[in-house]
Design a protein around this ligand. Structure first.
Ligand code: 13P
Length: 261
């Protein structure tokens, strides 16, 4: 059984605040070595800012198929914002993706939907593709209000975005209670929420756009659960945290199709 996807799968590794640039380069080389040569999925590594330049250099030098993403950005091109990184700076490094609105940014750095909306409005100007994260905390899930919660996040974060650009967005549904906890949403439940997100995109933009946009699942994705997740029809890929820090595990996730044959 080979599961063919309508949209090109995107498998991304969010390294969070792990790996120096030296360790990062080694990890990317190991991942590259293990990737199936006929892979049709897009593979993205998302290291800390300090490793972007070195990793881009090895990706280009070795003509790797791996793409590069960043974990965050400011919404201005430049300015007196000590400690921040601008989208123009990321573009100059040929960064192709940037995570916007990860739940850890929302939780620990008070990022609001309004701020995330400003970042999304900016990111398309520099032609970097955003990976917008949405997902509910445990309390909301226990109340059964996850759909309302995610709908509100989408309404606020995507407000006023240009229809011409929106199809380049990737959305990651990451229920907060599944991040780093070892608890995953069941594949069916993740598929249901992702299908709900697609319906919302259809309402907010158009059915054609909603069919083009790729929506990932994130939250305790591991080699043992990648297949049941990826066989779900609405799930176009995964945003992996912990398991993307280990070459063996991330390769096993990337090459999930081997397990389908
Ligand atoms: P884990 O895979 O470690 O649960 O992290 C998920 C995540 O937050 C990816 O952005």
């Amino acid at each position: 059984m080979v599961n063919e996807k309508i949209r090109r799968p995107i498998i991304a590794g969010n390294w969070k605040m792990f790996k120096t640039h030296l360790k990062g380069v080694k990890l990317v080389q190991e991942i590259n070595y293990g990737i199936d040569k006929d892979i049709d999925a897009e593979v993205v590594v998302i290291p800390p800012f300090t490793a972007l330049r070195s990793i881009k250099t090895v990706i280009e030098a070795d003509k790797m198929k791996i793409k590069l993403g960043a974990q965050n950005m400011h919404y201005m091109s430049e300015g007196p914002f000590t400690g921040e990184i601008s989208p123009v700076m990321l573009k100059a490094l040929n960064v192709e993706y940037v995570i916007i609105g990860h739940s850890e940014r929302r939780q620990h750095f008070d990022e609001t939907d309004e701020l995330i909306n400003k970042k999304l409005k900016k990111v398309f100007d520099v032609k970097i593709n955003p990976i917008l994260c949405v997902g509910e905390p445990l309390k909301i899930r226990e109340l059964g209000r996850q759909k309302q919660y995610v709908r509100e996040q989408l309404n606020n974060c995507l407000k006023g975005l240009n229809k011409d650009y929106i199809q380049n967005i990737v959305i990651a549904y990451e229920p907060i209670w599944a991040i780093g906890t070892g608890k995953t949403a069941t594949p069916e439940d993740a598929n249901f929420m992702i299908s709900f997100i697609r319906q919302r995109i259809s309402r907010l933009f158009s059915p054609i756009i909603s069919e083009k946009i790729r929506i990932q699942y994130g939250g305790s994705v591991k080699p043992f659960n990648i297949v049941p997740i990826m066989v779900q029809p609405e799930i176009d890929g995964v945003l992996v945290g912990g398991a993307s820090l280990n070459a063996h595990d991330f390769i096993s996730i990337i090459n999930y199709k081997r397990k389908l044959k």
